[in-house]
Structure formats: structure tokens, C-alpha cells
Unconditional design. Structure first.
Length: 422
């Protein structure tokens, strides 16, 4: 028998009582509230209370006989207590509630404890090259005209003070056309004027300097760096400053034989040519005692790390060695303000303790090669002689006779080549 959808009666809606608005009749005072199966685990939890303790249920009487207000809470071992009426709010726009991180209770021994992960260690920072000494910055100087003017004013002040004191010679007074003046004599005022005019003249003429192309001055005052002068022409520099002249032009440095080694560890002596210049004068002068000696040490350190090809190597390998040396020396010398453009080995030779052994080995190789060429020539001559005699029918030789002939010819040709002048 088939049943059509139209014949099935519609489900009857079942309305559940509102847990908040529906009044619950109070039970008997002596009766213990028993949760019904339809109430679900919430009612059971409300009846037993947290941790199994009994709490007054809905409709229970307090000690004074008043009816207790029903408190409906949801209890769970993994959540906090949430009032039921908050789940059925009718507010159209709920007020913002500040949220806080919920603390969830976890049971011990169930594996529910959060795993504490250690924060990942930050990646190591690359080691930065610390440049010794202050960086270069321009010094404060004045044009040379200012120093000349100050010196002339000082000299003129001394002359006027001498005329004022009356110590100026008469011929000078008459030649200059000044009026005769008896003079006030050398008093404190005159000596003060002399001191001021003399100091002005000394500072004016003493601070004059001439700047040249390719030269720079590193200025210092009482051990403190005050700047670098790279300007050219007539300048005025404070005469109290200590001046150190530095050559900033492109320069070539060629040192003596430096110990090195090839790929097999054979000791060598290498002479290098370095093209460089001073880029930061402050660090080159104040960072090290002698920047040229420091450059030589950098070259020696680079040769200790890069294997050099022995004498007679190909040109391409020598260029590769030069590029590797340039990179290493430039990285080491940059900390003291030196700019290295190229480092090239111009002469490579064996060390004195190895040179004699290598010389004997070379002579032995040349002698072996000469003997091999001589033996090949003798064998070819004997073969040609025996072949011609046999092919042309001049002689008939059996195996024994052919071997004897080859032996005699070989001995004769070798003895002839061993004689001097052959």
C-alpha cells in the first residue's frame, strides 16, 4: 500500500514553555525537585549544582518560607557559567560588551592542557663591519683673503700703536707724512694695543695655507677630529689646529715578495701590484697608525687565503686569482677608508727552499724528454734502414740476422748521438 505526500497529516507544532516567562507551579515544601527527562542536562546540572552539590531548584522554599527565584545556568566541564536569559535577549541592538580572554577550565590528566610553544629565536644578524674612527666631514675654513686682511690690520695696528706711544722712528714719521706727536709713552693701554694687534696679525698670517689638487688636510684640536680640507687655492685655517697632509690621488703600491702557496701547498713568493686610493681621510689617518702598512698586511692576509698558481700557469687562472685577491683586500681595507680597485700578482716564483728542488726536477724532465726524442729518432732510423734493405732485395735476412742487424744499428746510432757536437 503506497502512501502519497498529500495523505500524510501535517505535523502538529509543539510549543515548549518559555523557561523565563512561563510560571512554574511551586511543588510541595517537603518534596525534592526531580528533573524530568525532557528538561535535558541543563536541568540536571541546575539541580545538582556545580561539583555535585545540591542547590535550590525552581520553586524551592528558603529558610524563611519565601519562594526562591529560579536560577537557570548552563554548567559544563569545559565552559564557564552562562546565564540562560542572556541567550534569549530581545534587544534589537545589544550594547557593546568588552570582551576578555575566556579562561577555560581543563581537567588534569586528560591531555587538554595547552602546549606551551617556545618563541622562535630571531635569525642571527649579519656581523657588521665596525669602522674605526670618525667619518670624514668637511672642516670650517675661510678664504685666504680674510687671513690676509686680518694680518694687514694687525700690522697696521702695531704701527699706529707705535706712533701713539711715540716710539715710531722719525724718518718713518716724516716719510709717511704723519704729524709730529710727542707720544704718550709705553703704558698699559699701549701694551694692550700691541698685544691685540700682534695677535690679530699672527692669526691672520699664520693661518694662511695653500690647498693643492690631490692633497687634503686632516685637522685636529687637542686630539679631537675637527674636519678635512679638500679645497684648493689660498685658504685660512685656524693656526691652533694640527694639520696632517694626506695624499688622496690614485696610487700604486708594489710590495716585496710575500709568502704564498699554490693548490698543492708548495711554498711560493708573490709580488703584487695594488691600485688604491684614500677615500675617507679621517679613518685612514686616525683609524690606524699607518694606512699604507695596513694595506700591505691586508694583501699578505689575502695571499694566505687564496691559492696562487705556480709559475707558467695559464693567463685565465691568473686573472681569477687576481679577482679573488681584489675582493678580499677591498673588504678588509674598506674599514679604514681605503678604496682598492685591483690586486694583481706581477711575479710568482718558488720559495728559496723549494727552488733548488724544482730546478733539479725541471732539468730531469727536460733530460727525459730529450732522451725520449733521441730514442724515437734512432728507432725510426733503424726501421727505415732495415725496411729499405729488405724491400729492395739487397740482402735476405732471417730472424736471427735481422735482430743482429737491428741491434748493431741501434748501438751505432746511439753512440754517435752521445758524442759531443753531434
Amino acid at each position: 500500500m503506497s502512501t502519497t505526500p498529500s495523505s500524510i497529516p501535517p505535523p502538529v507544532p509543539t510549543t515548549a514553555p518559555d523557561p523565563v516567562t512561563t510560571p512554574v507551579p511551586p511543588p510541595a515544601p517537603a518534596a525534592t525537585p526531580v528533573p524530568s527527562p525532557a528538561a535535558g542536562p541543563s536541568a540536571t546540572a541546575a539541580a545538582d549544582g556545580p561539583g555535585g552539590a545540591s542547590v535550590p531548584g525552581p520553586g524551592a522554599l528558603l529558610a524563611d518560607g519565601a519562594a526562591a527565584r529560579p536560577v537557570r545556568l548552563i554548567h559544563n566541564e569545559a565552559t564557564t557559567e552562562i546565564p540562560v536569559h542572556l541567550l534569549f535577549r530581545d534587544d534589537p541592538v545589544p550594547a557593546p560588551v568588552p570582551l576578555r580572554p575566556a579562561v577555560v577550565g581543563r581537567r588534569l590528566g586528560t591531555g587538554e592542557h595547552p602546549r606551551l610553544r617556545r618563541p622562535a629565536a630571531p635569525p642571527p644578524r649579519p656581523a657588521a663591519t665596525v669602522a674605526p674612527g670618525p667619518a670624514e666631514h668637511p672642516a670650517r675654513v675661510l678664504p685666504g683673503a680674510a687671513g690676509v686682511a686680518a694680518g694687514i690690520c694687525g700690522a697696521a695696528g702695531c704701527a699706529v700703536t707705535s706712533w701713539w706711544a711715540g716710539v715710531l722712528p722719525t724718518p718713518v714719521v716724516s716719510a709717511s707724512g704723519l704729524s709730529a706727536f710727542a707720544g704718550a709713552g709705553l703704558g698699559p693701554a699701549q701694551w694692550a694695543a700691541y698685544a691685540a694687534a700682534g695677535a690679530l696679525g699672527l692669526f691672520g698670517f699664520g693661518g694662511l695655507a695653500r690647498g693643492r689638487t690631490g692633497r687634503a688636510w686632516v685637522l685636529g684640536l687637542f686630539g679631537r677630529y675637527r674636519g678635512t680640507v679638500r679645497r684648493t687655492g689660498l685658504l685660512w685655517v685656524n693656526p691652533l689646529l694640527l694639520r696632517r697632509r694626506v695624499d688622496v690621488r690614485l696610487r700604486h703600491w708594489r710590495g716585496g715578495p710575500v709568502p704564498a702557496a699554490d693548490g698543492d701547498g708548495v711554498a711560493l713568493r708573490v709580488v703584487t701590484l695594488v691600485v688604491w686610493r684614500v677615500r675617507d681621510t679621517a679613518r685612514a689617518v686616525l683609524g690606524v697608525d699607518d694606512h699604507e702598512a695596513y694595506l700591505g698586511e691586508c694583501v699578505e692576509a689575502a695571499l694566505a687565503r687564496v691559492p696562487v698558481d705556480p709559475p707558467g700557469a695559464a693567463r685565465g687562472t691568473a686573472d681569477a686569482v687576481g679577482e679573488a685577491l681584489t675582493r678580499l683586500v677591498a673588504a678588509d681595507a674598506a674599514a679604514v677608508g681605503l678604496e682598492v680597485f685591483s690586486v694583481r700578482p706581477v711575479r710568482v716564483e718558488y720559495a728559496p727552499e723549494v727552488a733548488a728542488v724544482m730546478h733539479r726536477r725541471r732539468i730531469a724532465e727536460l733530460d727525459a724528454a730529450r732522451r725520449a726524442r733521441a730514442l724515437s729518432s734512432v728507432v725510426d732510423s733503424v726501421e727505415d734502414t732495415v725496411t729499405r734493405l729488405t724491400v729492395r732485395g739487397l740482402v735476405e735476412l732471417d730472424d736471427y740476422e735481422r735482430k743482429a742487424l737491428v741491434k748493431d744499428l741501434t748501438v751505432a746510432l746511439c753512440a754517435g748521438r752521445a758524442e759531443p757536437g753531434t
